[in-house]
Design a protein around this ligand. Structure first.
Ligand code: TXA
Ligand code: MG
Length: 355
């Protein structure tokens, strides 16, 4: 299959939008821009189309998908929200939608089981990307879209990165330019709670804990031990997902092909004789402890100079791809401060790293 890329600039994107909508109508999968990372979209109401997403990504069927809505109001068509739950949901929607917050809520029957891997909940979001919004509006139905990478690999933040992941496997990539946020959306499971709403943080992302705290108690799910994790994985493979409540608890490995390592402190890095190393530095400053630690073959900076977490987020996956292609034996990444967006950045570095 030939993969076509159509450039879609705001205001002159008609061709890309109409072609994407036509393919979605025909039950095809297409790569679409969002403000976080590129998505691999299909008609969420068509189980056969959704099955193609899993096939193209080589994604296990127990890992459920996010559906993307055109309007805030559509949430009631696809989620079964009690009046009590609606109070907090509406507040969150008013504050964060459209934007990079995904909510896990009880689903309505209209959402096929394949989308949610058999769970009683569905993950929903409304993207802030103008092209994605137009496509969602023109299509009219929800679009199921995981990140447009092959399973276990880092998410693409440009049309070129999508092409590298899925060339020849999908008919169309809508090129909406580089993603604004560069990290996948924040995911919360929303519950009413006894005293105040409970927001279970399933994946850290661009909407940070400090933003969410105004709206309820932010709860981080307990970390599973390695043993519990493998037992859960095995069970999921056997039962097709129906046994798990929070797939986000399984911190899957999203990795470049080149091994990546992170350390608690710079001195823990002991280079091996004859191996070449790249450094992914936060801001390229010696005082962070890594720059002068070794005669690096390649150095890239996430936020050159001052060090801004927002800039680092936008560039993270792009720089990881560049370093992956640089031909070194291993990548060493500096961790950033564990505050605000730094939580999501460190989370992605951990997922990309060797245990
Ligand atoms: O920014 C994003 O969220 C991007 C763009 C394309 O929208 N999408 C994305 O999708 O990152 P994906 O499939 O790569 O990650 C979605 C995560 C998965 O880890 C999945 O396990 C979790 O959401 N998830 C989906 N439905 C869930 C549910 N009902 N309960 C708990 N976790 C769920
Ligand atoms: Mg993904």
């Amino acid at each position: 299959m030939e993969t076509e890329i159509i450039y879609a600039e705001e205001g002159m994107a008609n061709e890309a939008i109409s072609k994407a909508v036509r393919l979605l109508d025909e039950g095809e999968v297409v790569a679409l821009p969002t403000e976080t990372v590129y998505g691999l979209g299909a008609n969420a109401l068509d189980p056969v189309a959704v099955a193609k997403i899993f096939a193209v990504k080589e994604r296990p069927s127990f890992d459920p998908l996010i559906i993307h809505l055109a309007t805030r109001e559509q949430i009631h068509e696809y989620c079964d929200i009690s009046p009590e739950l609606n109070e907090i949901v509406q507040k969150l929607i008013q504050e964060f939608w459209p934007g990079p917050l995904t909510m896990v809520l009880p689903k309505k029957d209209i959402i096929p089981d394949i989308v949610t891997s058999g769970l009683a909940t569905v993950a929903v979001r409304m993207s802030a990307d103008p092209i994605m919004q137009e496509i969602c509006k023109a299509f009219g139905k929800p679009i199921a879209a995981p990140s447009a990478n092959r399973f276990g690999r880092i998410s693409p933040t440009s049309a070129g990165a999508v092409l590298k992941e899925l060339d020849g496997k999908i008919p169309l990539i809508v090129d909406g330019g580089a993603c604004n946020a560069g990290l996948e959306s924040t995911i919360i499971r929303v519950e009413v709670g006894e005293l105040k709403p409970q927001l279970h943080l399933l994946r850290a992302g661009p909407v940070v804990k400090e933003d969410l705290q105004k709206f309820g108690k932010v709860i981080r799910p307990k970390k599973l031990t390695e043993r519990a994790k493998s037992a859960l994985l095995e069970k999921m493979e056997q039962e097709g997902g129906r046994s798990i409540e929070a797939p986000g608890m399984l911190d899957s490995h999203y990795a470049p092909s080149t091994p990546l390592y992170i350390f608690d402190k710079p001195e823990d890095f002991v280079p091996e004789e004859g191996k070449s190393y790249a450094l992914l530095s936060y801001r390229g400053q010696a005082k962070d402890g890594y720059m002068e630690l070794h005669d690096w073959d390649v150095v890239e900076e996430l936020s050159p100079g001052k060090g801004k977490l927002g800039e680092a987020s936008v560039r993270l996956f792009h720089m990881l791809r560049i370093l992956d292609e640089s031909g070194v034996d291993a990548i060493i990444a500096e961790q950033v401060a564990e505050t605000g967006l730094g939580v999501a950045i460190n989370d992605r570095l951990r997922r990309a790293s060797q245990k």
